[in-house]
Each structure stands twice: as C-alpha cells, then as structure tokens.
Design a protein around this ligand. Structure first.
Ligand code: 3PG
Ligand code: MG
Length: 398
C-alpha cells in the first residue's frame, strides 16, 4: 500500500488529487454535533494543499437514497472543514455535475473543493458493477491521483472507495495508515492481559467480532443492550429489556467456548432499569437476578461498572466498542462514563472503536488524548477486527 508520505515525496504541486474522506458526521439539523471525523482527516487534506495540490474532496453523509436530499447536504461540513483547515474550502452543489466541473476547473494550486454528497448518486452504492464503474469514472475525472483517507468507509464496496482506485494511481492517507497500524496490533499478538469490552444495542452486530477475538483475549466484557441476550443465555429473566431471542443459543455457545478456552466472559451483575425508554424515567438499580418483569435495563449498574473498571485497570491492551447503556440519557450514562474513565486512567494501550463509543467519549467530556487511539470507523473497525477483507483497503493494496 503506497501512502501519502510517498506521494508527498513524489511531489504534488499543480497536480489534481481526488481525496475520499469520511465526513459522515452527526448533524442536528444543520449543526455538526461531533466534528471528530473532520478533524481526523484534516491533516491529509492540509498537507496536500500546502504542497500545492488542487484538492477535490468527496464524502458521503448519512444514507440518502441515490438522489439529492437537502437534509444530507455536505454544505455545513464544507464550512467546518474550512475552519479546521484554516483555509477556504469551495463547495460544489452537485457531485459530478456542472457546478462541480466548473469549480474544479477554476481551482488554483493549493485550493480545496468539497463535492456534494456522493450518495446523491445511484452509482455510488450500486450493487451493479457497471453502474458503479460508470460513476467511478466520473469521479476519477476530478483527479490525476487518488488518496483514500475514508477509514470509516473502507468496509463498503462503493464506487468512491473501491472502483475509483482501479482508475487512478492510489495512495492511503495518514488517517487510514494510522488506523491500520493500530488495529493490526489488536489482531496480532497484543500485550497481555488483553481486555475487550463490547456494548451497544445488538448482539447480532457483534457476533463475528466475538467469534474472531474470543481465543485472543484474556477477558471479554459484555455490556450495553446486547448484555441481556447473554444474561438470558445464562438463564436470567430480563424483563422488558432488549432481547434478541434468536441469538440466545449463539450466546450460550460463546459462554461454553469461553469456558473451554479459559477466557473470562464477564457479564454485568447489576443493571439500572426504567419502566419505559425515556430520559425522565425513574431509574431503579437491581441485581441481574431480580429484573422486574415490567422494567427494562438501560445501563449497567454501579457494581458492574466497578468490576469492569477493575479488569480494565489490570490490562495492558484494551479495545472498547459500544456504550454500556443509553448514555444520551443522563440517568443512564454512569456505566459508559465509568468504563470510559477507566480507559483514560489506565496505562494500557487503549483503543476506542468508532461510532457511538467515540461520540460517547466526546459527549461525556472525556479528554481524547487519554486514549491510545479513537478510531473513526465503527463498522469498519469491527470488520477489521473480524478479520474480514475490507474492499477499500484491498483496493489500495492492488
Ligand atoms: C459510518 O458512519 O459507519 C461510516 O461513515 C459508513 O457509513 P454507512 O454505514 O452508512 O456506510
Ligand atoms: Mg490512558
């Protein structure tokens, strides 16, 4: 895989560089609520611009259905990117249409242009190879070279991530290089004890990663909504908590395999419950043996949080993906906060795997530099740890 460092050595002055970024940030209307992904890719864009490249940045935002939809416009992102870069960022109101073409042609050396949302075009995510290739061809017309730095999207076989690399000389940006360097440590032989903490709503999203990591870890901690399917597998009643009935047997098999391997699979001992899914629902902490039938668990309880924090304190390597509870509700945020704080306090090499857990870290006001690495990829970091071939990385290797 050729990297940005090599490209900068070759020199980019006056050359047109198409950069795929993952600027898929959370928005509240037109306000960006977490600009982590913008800041993460900025060094790559800045280095190219400072070296005199004519930079055309492209990204998706959300999941529009292959046609323009103002709710998913990248316009607010262009503005923020400009602030972060400390230089003007032009914005094209289409992706490969006349506005994009006109603005690209007008670019001078060192100028940055952001194209409108890739997913306003059917070809971007099409399952049809020809349709995707056609759109990739239109995108490739914007660059003499292609730099992929959209780590959060490398698990997608999309035109801008996969097909375009076949058409232009291609390089990995600094963010992708860094993410791969860090995550490859977690799939190799990380320093032990190695503790993995998984949370989030659905156990079905995490099965493959559990499967791939179970024989590599010393302790696998399970919290969040997915814990109830594991608790049910242990024979507990879980009230009206999230439960994936069709996954109970799989969870049983993981509990059995962990026991065989001598791996500790650690589940919560208590949970903070609510009568309904609402921020103002009265919290009640109960033991996992005594979850009332009409209540749902929305967080791990304090005894569990303490237990989890102790395991984290004793670790040399920690990977965390998925909140421990509904951290958006202040009464149900303590578990996530305790776990996150334990990572900050530990001397372990700690990696936070993207999406919700990265947002939780920032929402809860924890210092980003307290973690070894905060991945910008949710699905991408999980699929990497599942040991899958990721189309975007595969394309850069070829
Ligand atoms: C993400 O947020 O996980 C990435 O930006 C990829 O987005 P997607 O899941 O909509 O493909
Ligand atoms: Mg730390």
């Amino acid at each position: 895989m050729k990297t940005l460092d090599e490209l900068l050595q070759e020199g980019v002055n006056g050359r047109r560089v198409l950069v795929r970024a993952d600027l898929n940030v959370p928005l509240d209307g037109k306000n960006i609520t977490d600009d982590g992904r913008i800041r993460a890719v900025a060094p790559t864009v800045k280095a190219l611009a400072e070296a005199g490249a004519r930079v055309v940045v492209c990204s998706h935002l959300g999941r529009p259905k292959g046609a323009p939809d103002p709710a998913f416009s990248l316009a607010p992102v262009a503005k923020r990117l400009g602030e972060v870069l400390g230089r003007e960022v032009a914005f094209a109101t289409d992706t490969v249409g006349t506005d994009a073409e006109t603005k690209a042609v007008a670019q001078g050396d060192g100028d940055v242009l952001l194209l409108e949302n890739l997913r306003f075009n059917k070809g971007e995510t099409s399952k049809d190879d020809t349709e995707r290739a056609e759109f990739a061809g239109q995108l490739a017309a914007f660059g003499d070279l292609y730099v992929d730095d959209a780590f959060g999207a490398v698990h997608r076989k999309h035109a801008s991530v996969y097909d375009v690399a076949k058409l232009l000389p291609h390089y990995a940006g600094w963010l992708i290089a860094k993410e791969v360097e860090v995550l490859s440590k977690l799939t190799g032989k990380p320093e032990q004890p190695y503790v993995v903490i998984l949370g989030g709503a659905k156990v079905s999203d995490k099965l493959a990663v559990i499967d791939n990591l179970l024989d590599k870890v010393d302790t696998l901690i399970v919290g969040g909504g997915m814990m109830f399917t594991f608790l049910a597998a242990q024979g507990h009643e879980v009230g009206s908590s999230l439960l994936e009935k069709d996954q109970v047997e799989v969870c049983k098999s993981y509990l059995a395999r962990a026991a065989e391997l001598g791996v500790e699979l650690l589940l919560p001992v208590d949970t903070v419950t609510a009568a309904e899914f609402a921020a103002d629902a009265e919290p009640l902490t109960v033991s996992v043996d005594a979850i009332p039938a009409e209540r749902m668990g929305l967080d791990i309880g304090p005894a569990s949080a303490k237990l989890f924090a102790e395991r984290i304190a004793g670790a040399e390597t920690v990977f965390w993906n998925g909140p421990m509870g509904v951290f958006e509700f202040p009464d149900y945020a303590a578990g996530t906060k305790t776990v996150a704080q334990a990572l900050v306090d530990s001397d372990a090499f700690s990696v936070v795997g993207g999406g919700d857990s990265a947002a939780a870290v920032r929402t809860l006001g924890l210092p980003e530099d307290g973690f070894g690495h905060i991945s910008t990829g949710g699905g991408a970091s999980l699929e990497y740890l599942e040991g899958k071939t990721l189309p975007g990385l595969d394309a850069l290797e070829k």
